[in-house]
Design a protein around this ligand. Structure first.
Ligand SMILES: [Zn+2]
Length: 73
């Protein structure tokens, strides 16, 4: 289950939460209660995906380099 990172635009509170892919994004900040949460890129999920890539080629950049890696799709 991937982690998602959120930051509150109102008070700056940052936190991570474990959610299913289909779960709705959080809106309300647990600190100040304002619906100002922005979803950030999941760092944990990003590293997990990159680490699973074992077959980068010359034509296709490795995962995390901005391209689609067929080894990870
Ligand atoms: Zn807040």
């Amino acid at each position: 289950m991937p982690f998602y990172e959120y930051r509150c635009a109102e008070c700056g509170h940052e936190f991570e939460v474990m959610q299913k892919m289909n779960d709705a994004s959080l809106r309300n900040c647990p600190e100040c209660g304002k619906p100002e949460l922005d979803k950030l890129i999941s760092v944990a999920g990003f590293q997990l995906k990159g680490g699973s890539c074992s077959r980068p080629t010359d034509d296709v950049p490795a995962c995390g380099a901005g391209g689609a890696c067929p080894a990870c799709e």
